[in-house]
Design a protein around this ligand. Structure first.
Ligand code: ATP
Ligand code: MG
Length: 331
């Protein structure tokens, strides 16, 4: 079978980038694959999370998946820490992966910042846990954004080395499902940085729980340049912020950038932003409403996650037994 695994961190502020770059695509994949969609809370705690906030964020992440259209009857929707085998396999992978491999990970360098000595050890070995998330289910396909490509390469290296070291043909080769370029959403404040949950500026992103007024205000304040909308996307070269806004419009409207440019050619950003606001509000309002409804009754979310964890655990158990046997651990 072709099995998909993907996840997002419950680090707060689920945003438009997560929606266009991940959730919307996850929903489509449900037609062709057996899918596991995970709220990766153990990844989130690689940086500090207020405990009370984290509990809320975990539920909100699950609500965002469901509101975007992940169907817990078809896909396995679950929370990582509720299936302890993720941690167990990650430990084994900590002993398979090499320091040199992890030293090359650019996300660690970005997230740890200048004061690397103060970063958690968990942040450093995060890619090993991600490899465990995927391989625990022998997932064959992983939809990834640009930001996760390097981690997926590492997953392939770990699988290969495990198979080689233990003479076991246990883990499959994982194939990325690469998102198209348009699915990458950049910060509204800086077109060279991706839109991110952990960006300290709330004006850098559109959150999935922002109301219409907030969305309007953020788009109005979004950085642009003083030029007009060009006739073709060629005219966007070197204009990161303009490229981003056109790209967001195209993704939300399910249009090509070429068509968006043709529609708005010669207009200024004030009028383009007004149209973008209407579109964003129209597309996001149903998602926001459903998230709000779900968050009003956490019991429903908790039940979905409990059931999802049981199903995930059932898939993981025989694979974990194979791993233990291959390594020589007692069963
Ligand atoms: P954090 O800042 O805490 O890392 P994040 O915004 O990067 O949060 P993740 O939980 O790391 O979100 O990623 C969840 C999924 O969303 C991944 O599939 C990732 O590729 C995708 N994603 C994250 N940011 C963007 C973005 N700006 N554009 C498109 N896809 C994105
Ligand atoms: Mg991230």
């Amino acid at each position: 079978t072709n099995r998909v695994f993907s996840g997002a961190q419950p680090s707060g502020n689920m945003h438009l980038g997560n929606y266009l770059g991940a959730f919307r695509n996850w929903v489509r994949l449900q037609d062709d694959y057996e899918c596991l969609y995970c709220v990766v809370d153990l990844h989130a705690i690689t940086v500090w999370q207020e405990p009370a906030g984290l509990t809320h964020q975990i539920r909100e992440a699950a609500a965002a998946y469901m509101a975007a259209g992940v169907d817990p009857a078809r896909s396995i929707l679950f929370n990582q820490s509720q299936v302890p085998a993720h941690s167990e396999l990650a430990w084994i992978f900590n002993c398979v992966a090499r320091l040199g491999w992890l030293n090359r990970m650019t996300q660690f360098k970005d997230k740890a910042g200048k004061n690397r000595e103060k970063a958690s050890v968990g942040l450093y070995i995060y890619p090993n846990l991600m490899a465990a998330d995927i391989l625990l289910y022998k997932a064959t396909h992983v939809p990834v954004g640009e930001d996760q490509k390097q981690h997926l390469e590492l997953t392939r290296d770990i699988a290969q080395k495990f198979n080689h070291d233990f003479g076991a043909d246990l883990f499959p080769e994982v194939e990325p499902i690469i998102q198209d370029e348009g699915a990458r959403v950049m910060s509204l404040r800086d077109g060279s940085k991706k839109m991110s949950k952990s960006d300290p500026s709330d004006y850098s992103r559109i959150n999935l729980n922002d109301d219409a007024d907030t969305i309007a205000q953020k788009i109005r304040k979004a950085r642009t340049d003083s030029e007009l909308i060009p006739e073709t996307p060629d005219g966007l070269t070197g204009r990161a912020e303009a490229t981003n806004l056109i790209g967001i419009y195209a993704a939300l409207a399910d249009m090509e950038r070429t068509a968006v440019c043709a529609d708005f050619a010669g207009k200024d950003f004030a009028s383009f932003k007004a149209a973008l606001t209407d579109l964003a509000v129209a597309k996001l309002a149903p998602v926001t409403e459903e998230m709000t409804r779900l968050m009003n009754d956490p019991a429903e979310i908790d039940a979905v996650l409990r059931k999802g964890a049981e199903r995930a655990q059932a898939l993981a158990a025989p694979i974990m037994a194979e791993v233990r046997a291959a390594v020589g651990l007692l069963g």
